[in-house]
Each structure stands twice: as structure tokens, then as C-alpha cells.
Design a protein around this ligand. Structure first.
Ligand code: SF4
Length: 498
């Protein structure tokens, strides 16, 4: 009898080593590792989501006739050794894991690996694609994916709608009557059961955040229901406001499917097929369909590819020499900055922010303040329900903190209060004034933005995408006062008093 070892982010019968497994010839091993659970200050909903999904998946496999050894152990390696001692399998196989350290661990333990099909572009295919080019922009990769996978392509091999990119239609600011805006259907919520309660009782005291409220599905059946709800009721409104932020809706028309994709409850191909089908049937406009497909086969797979391409050295990239701790304004929401408080509340309540909240509020503040990029990576990884190293390294180190000096993003995503005001309703009731850069009422984002440009003048002035703003910072008549106020803001962020 062989053993198929299924890791906590591979919970799908169609993935790699499980795809060809047979209850007559294969036993399944799942290990809940105490070391993994103790390795970070996990959000309760993140830890619950993974463990509960593992336990439900084990039950599904048992229902399908498999003998499942689902055990708890001090570490993943200890769990495997205990399993081998008890069952003496002829061989142990696993699907290629989603982390570089995970792959090294399996090799060290002598576990055979089967090629992963959890992504539409395997990382060695990505490396081939990237290796043949002088630069490998996401947009080029996305078009290559569209052509080879055939999503949203017409019979002549041209992009549906005559364009590859509908971002212009998808960056609208909030609708005027945002409080009464009717087109953001409520997400599905599932009742919690005894298994949920048992998992919660097993979580270590060190976890933080609110208990789950049923927002996150923990089985494939319910994840598929979330997918149907998204495609049928939400996707038609997905596009226009995908970059907007409002205190009236935590989800807007976002899919909130990333947690399921990231642990295998859903697969990217089936998600894109469902969207293509809805588009073909005329139920979804092209800007919404394209905007979503771009996220899945473009950004998501690009991030996956560069994670493997750039390797573990990328963890220590720190182009701007940032070394501060993640401020309590972000980790505890103790701040008068309304935008930051709102985003923190979303993380606390559901372990979730959408991409613009992550990038342009929490990430932006961290970069402007000078937070150590790896510290922010670890915080986001442990705090978001869809966190994983492969997601967070390129998105935080590269995209959000520009700590790789431009490998991932051609310019730092730095912005003052004006951007946040344009894309949100946060500023109206805030104690700070987004237009002021000096004085007690000055918006910390606006102050720190100008200070950031001045502080990193020599690094950024040669970047054509930000050179104009850097030069504008040189010409500020009150630059000395801005820098003085910035120093105070940064001191107060460190002290948790702003
Ligand atoms: Fe955030 Fe500044 Fe707007 Fe307040 S004024 S919500 S701190 S951007």
C-alpha cells in the first residue's frame, strides 16, 4: 500500500498525487503540525479555515472509500515518521508543494513528488517563458496565457471585445449614493457546526482576531456554492469599482474566492471556465469578465511564477533600507487615521481586505513609514485568510514595498491622502485633513508621501514613472516643515499614538 501525503493547501481530489489514487492501493496522510501552528501569530479565522478544511477533506476522502490517517504531530516531519512507523507504506508520494521550503522538506524526508496541476502555468513553464525574454512584464505574460488557454479569445484568435485590457472601465471611484448602492450582493454565509467548534477549541491562545462567522467556506461543496453565487450574482458588477474602498461594504463586488483557490478547494481552471461560460451566455459584460480573468490567469499565476523564479533570496530584499516595526495602527487598529482603522477592522473581523486596501492603505503606509518589508510580509501572511508565502513575497516585498528595487513593479505604489480620498469614502469623517501636509491636522499619508519622495530622492529621481513627483517634492516651499512633521508622525507611529 502506498501513502499519498496531502498538505493543508492541496485539498482537492484532482490535484497531482491524489488524482490517480485509488482506495484499494493508496492510504492518505494529513498532518496538523503543532510547530506550524506555533510559528506565527495566526489570525483565528486563517488557522480555523485551514484546519477545518483539512478535517472536512479527510471526511470526504473517507466517504470516498479511502483509509485516512489524519494525525496531529509536533511537526510535519514527525507526523510522517509516526505514520511510517505505524503503517510501513511501500512508498510515500505527495503533490509538489506550494512553497520552496516545503519542497526542500519533502526532499529531505525522501518523499517522492508528483507534478502539481494546481496552477494553470507550472513554475517551470513560467521559467521557460521568462527565460526567453529580456523583460517579463505581467501584461505580456497575461496575453500569453490568454492565447494558450483560450479564455476570452474570439474565433480569429483576437481578444474578445477587441482589447486585451479594460482597466479604464474598471477603476471608477465610488458611486454617488454609496450608502444605498444596491449592486453588491451579500456574500453567502454558512452556519457553523460541531466541527467548527472543535477546531476553534484546538487553536492556540496566541491566535488573534474575531472568531469565524461562516463567511469562509471550509468544504469543496460550499466553495463551489460560493463560486456559483459569484458568477451568477456578483460578477456582472465586478469590474467598475474593483479599486474602490468604502466603509459601507467590506466586499463590494469582489469574488472573495482567493482563499479557496489558495488551498485547493477550487481550481483556477474551473473558476475561469465558469466565468467564460457566463460571458458566452451574455450574462456578464466584457469589462467584468476580463477584469476577473486577468486576476486569475494573469496576476495570480504571474505571482506564483516569480515566487519560484526569484527564490528565497527575495525574502531579504530591502532596496529602501526600511527597518521599522509594523505599527500598532496596522496591527491593532489603534489610530485616528480612519482609512487604516477601517482596513484593520476588516482584517480583525474577517481576516480579509481587498487588494487596494492591502496595497494603497496598509502597504502604502508601511512603505511611507519605512517598515521592514519582511516584517510586513509575515504580518500579512499570518493575518489574511488567503495568505501564503508565494502570494505574499512578490505582492508585499515587490509590489507593495518596492523592496526589490523594481523587479516586480516599475514604480513604488506611494500615494498621499488625495488618492485615498478619490478611491474611498474614508476621508470625509476622518480627524485629519487629506489636503494638509504640515500641522497637527495634516493627513499622515500626505505628509509622509512628500517626505518619502524627498528621503529617497537619489534612488527615485532616475525612475521616469516618479521623477516628476520627486522633482515636485524638491520645489515644495515648506519642505523643511514637512520633514519635521514627518519625523513626528513616524515617531508617533512607532509609539502607537497617532
Ligand atoms: Fe486616511 Fe488621511 Fe483620508 Fe484620514 S485624511 S482617512 S488619514 S487618507
Amino acid at each position: 500500500m502506498d501513502t499519498v501525503w496531502v498538505l493543508g493547501d492541496q485539498l482537492n481530489r484532482s490535484i497531482g498525487a491524489l488524482a490517480d489514487a485509488d482506495p484499494d492501493t493508496h492510504r492518505v496522510l494529513l498532518v496538523e503540525s503543532h510547530a506550524k501552528l506555533a510559528s506565527k501569530r495566526w489570525h483565528r479565522q486563517r488557522a480555523h479555515f485551514v484546519i477545518c478544511s483539512m478535517r472536512r477533506f479527510a471526511d470526504e476522502l473517507r466517504d470516498a472509500g479511502f483509509e485516512v490517517d489524519h494525525r496531529r504531530a509536533d511537526s510535519l516531519g514527525a507526523g510522517l515518521r509516526d505514520h511510517v512507523d505505524e503503517f510501513a507504506p511501500d512508498r510515500v508520494v505527495a503533490t509538489e508543494p506550494a512553497s520552496i521550503d516545503g519542497l526542500a522538506m519533502l526532499r529531505e524526508l525522501g518523499v517522492e513528488t508528483v507534478r502539481s496541476n494546481q496552477f494553470l502555468c507550472h513554475y517551470d513553464e513560467f521559467a521557460d517563458w521568462a527565460g526567453s525574454r529580456s523583460s517579463f512584464k505581467m501584461e505580456d505574460f497575461y496575453r500569453w496565457q490568454r492565447k494558450r488557454l483560450g479564455y476570452l479569445m474570439d474565433a480569429d484568435g483576437e481578444p474578445e471585445g477587441g482589447r486585451w485590457n479594460f482597466d479604464d472601465e474598471n477603476r471608477e471611484s465610488l458611486p454617488k449614493d454609496v450608502a444605498g448602492y444596491p449592486d453588491w450582493p451579500d456574500p453567502q454565509v454558512s452556519a457553523l457546526d460541531d466541527l467548527d467548534e472543535a477546531v476553534l477549541a484546538d487553536l492556540p491562545d496566541g491566535c488573534w482576531g474575531a472568531d469565524p462567522d461562516g463567511t469562509w467556506a471550509t468544504s469543496r461543496r460550499r466553495a463551489l456554492s460560493r463560486l456559483r453565487h459569484f458568477v451568477g450574482d456578483v460578477l456582472p458588477q465586478f469590474g467598475p469599482h474593483e479599486d474602490a474602498m468604502t466603509s459601507h461594504s467590506w466586499h463590494l463586488a469582489h469574488s472573495v474566492l482567493s482563499p479557496y483557490l489558495n488551498i485547493g478547494l477550487l481550481l483556477p481552471g474551473e473558476v475561469c471556465d465558469a466565468v467564460q461560460e457566463a460571458y458566452d451566455a451574455g450574462r456578464v459584460p466584457i469589462n467584468s469578465a476580463e477584469g476577473f480573468i486577468r486576476q486569475v490567469i494573469g496576476w495570480r499565476e504571474y505571482v506564483w511564477g516569480v515566487y519560484w523564479l526569484w527564490g528565497t533570496d527575495y525574502r531579504s530584499r530591502n532596496e529602501l533600507g526600511a527597518d521599522r516595526a509594523v505599527p500598532r495602527a496596522i496591527t491593532a487598529g489603534e489610530t485616528e487615521m480612519r482609512c487604516v482603522r477601517q482596513c484593520h477592522q476588516g482584517v480583525h473581523d474577517r481576516a480579509y481586505n481587498h487588494h487596494i486596501q492591502r496595497l494603497m492603505v496598509l502597504g502604502n503606509l508601511s512603505m511611507l513609514h519605512g517598515v521592514d518589508p519582511w516584517a510586513l510580509t509575515e504580518w500579512m501572511w499570518s493575518s489574511f485568510v488567503d495568505g501564503a508565502e508565494w502570494v505574499m513575497l512578490p505582492n508585499v516585498i515587490g509590489m507593495s514595498q518596492w523592496a526589490d528595487g523594481g523587479m516586480m513593479a516599475t514604480k513604488p505604489y506611494a500615494a498621499g491622502g488625495n488618492y485615498i480620498d478619490t478611491m474611498s469614502d474614508y476621508c470625509g469623517d476622518c480627524r485629519f485633513d487629506r489636503k494638509q501636509r504640515v500641522g497637527d491636522d495634516a493627513c499622515p499619508f500626505t505628509t509622509l508621501y512628500w517626505d518619502f519622495l524627498a528621503r529617497h530622492h537619489d534612488t527615485l529621481v532616475t525612475n521616469p514613472r516618479v521623477a516628476r513627483q520627486v522633482r515636485a517634492s524638491e520645489r515644495l516651499s515648506d519642505l523643511d516643515a514637512v520633514r519635521e512633521r514627518a519625523a513626528e508622525v513616524r515617531r508617533r507611529l512607532d509609539a502607537g499614538t497617532i
